[in-house]
Design a protein around this ligand. Structure first.
Ligand SMILES: O=C(O)C1=C[C@@H](OP(=O)(O)O)[C@@H](O)[C@H](O)C1
Ligand SMILES: C=C(OP(=O)(O)O)C(=O)O
Length: 429
């Protein structure tokens, strides 16, 4: 598709769509709990629909009246063997978290996905789930999808995660819930990652103890349905935060931005770079805020260490931001970017370089020189939604020529209304 170029400024107010991580988990917890769970403001992106379809295929009734999602939970014991292979589409989160549920169920099932998902390593969940008693077969030594999972009787695990991954942690928590009563699994994180699974487990009446990076999960738990309101996705809000900062003459008010502190690395980074941010309202129970952001003069910075898991999905759009800041920005310790929907170190560097940016990929991140004018180019998302949205925001800075985005439909993975929202904000100036 042809992208809009040469924006005169983005202005207006936007309610950010539902958080993808919380939306997936609301379906999963709703299914394994007993009773009816009502979910408000869920994200109806393709990834979340893959999760919904998987549970429908396992016999869970899920109703959607366009506003509320009603999940008629069956408990683990009520989940049935699916008649077909489960299509996880593009979604790493669906695949890894559902594997933790399937690991304890007494039947065989197969998970598969698109070209991108078929290259994503599942050994990170397959190995510990096998240690707990599941029988899992993947492709090659990295256990790439399709994954065949034959669930079994699980026993508790004492496991130190070799990677900082909320997906692996969450998969093991779902498996640990199915171990016998009296057993306790110990999961130790490499770095603290998003805490949505732990928080939702408590919301559904479960038990979990978290102390720093150590998590204890008792087996044999009985979960009870509840009502969930999904806050907006800060990973989607990130595109508008950056757009407002770098497109001259912009001012945007973002409502409903999720501010769980394991996700707010981008707010810390842009504040340190000099962004003009204002918190207009903050709801500490819903963990969401209304944020005003204006075009700002920014300075480059270093992003590394513990900050990385708190902004991992925002690094592509942060890289674009860095091309417009003063001085150099260095991103380190982000090798996990290589195993996302694409190798995001290579694809971010290639697509921004094609537009004239000065960006060097490194083994675990990138080095970006600032204040670089961008020019028109053709960018291919290669099926990666975040690359597509980054290119669409970058094109707003291009003053002439044609910006072409190939495979733009990938954006529907996490943000189906992205171009409508862009149109609205761009039309207001
Ligand atoms: O648990 C989750 O919902 C997610 C965890 C992260 O992946 P990793 O666990 O692989 O870091 C993130 O990149 C992904 O978009 C969503
Ligand atoms: C990495 C992402 O998602 P997933 O791992 O679920 O495919 C993402 O949304 O950027």
């Amino acid at each position: 598709m042809k992208l809009k170029i040469d924006s005169r400024g983005l202005r207006g107010e936007l309610k950010v769509p539902g958080d993808k991580s919380i939306s997936h988990r609301s379906i999963m917890f709703g299914a394994i709990a007993h009773g009816t769970t009502n979910v408000r403001d869920i994200l109806r992106g393709e990834d979340v629909i893959s999760t919904m379809n998987a549970f429908r295929a396992m016999g869970v009734e899920i109703e959607d009246d366009g506003e509320l999602i009603k999940i008629h939970g069956t408990g683990f014991e009520g989940l049935k063997q699916p008649k077909q292979k489960l299509d996880m589409g593009n979604s790493g989160t669906s695949t890894r978290l559902i594997s933790g549920i399937l690991a304890g169920l007494p039947f065989e099932s197969t998970l598969f996905g698109d070209d991108s998902l078929s290259k994503r390593p599942m050994d990170r969940i397959a190995q510990p789930l096998r240690m707990m008693g599941a029988n899992i077969t993947g492709q090659t030594s990295r256990d790439l999808p399709p994954l065949v999972i034959k669930g079994g009787k699980l026993s508790a695990i004492d496991y130190q995660l070799p990677v900082a991954s909320a997906q692996v942690k969450s998969s093991l928590i779902f498996a640990a819930l199915q171990t016998p009563k009296g057993e306790v699994s110990k999961i130790v994180e490499k770095e603290k990652t998003r805490s949505h699974t732990e928080e939702m487990l408590i919301q559904f009446g479960g038990e979990i103890a978290v102390s720093g990076q150590t998590i204890l999960v008792p087996g044999g738990q009985f979960l009870i349905a509840c009502d969930v309101t999904v806050p907006g996705d800060i990973s989607s809000a990130a595109f508008w935060l950056v757009a407002a900062l770098i497109v001259p003459n912009s001012e945007i008010v973002l409502k409903n931005v999720g501010i769980n502190e394991t996700r707010t690395g981008i707010l810390d980074v842009i504040s340190a770079m000099g962004a003009e941010l204002e918190f207009l309202e903050q709801d500490d129970v819903a963990k969401s805020a209304t944020i005003r952001v204006r075009t700002s003069q920014l300075k480059g910075c270093e992003i590394s260490g513990r900050l990385i898991p708190r902004l991992i999905d925002e690094l592509p759009i942060i890289a674009l931001l860095a091309t417009q800041a003063q001085g150099q920005t260095v991103i380190r310790d982000a090798e996990e970017l290589k195993v996302k929907e694409t190798d995001r170190i290579a694809v971010v560097a290639d697509s921004l370089s094609a537009m004239g940016a000065d960006i060097q990929p490194t083994a675990d991140g990138m080095v970006i020189q600032g204040e670089t004018p961008l020019h028109a180019a053709t960018v291919n998302t290669l099926g990666d939604h975040r690359i597509g949205m980054m290119a669409a925001i970058a094109s707003l800075l291009v003053s002439s020529g044609e910006m072409i985005l190939e495979r733009a439909e990938a954006i529907n993975t996490s943000y189906p209304s992205f171009f409508d929202d862009l149109e609205r904000l761009d039309g207001n100036s």
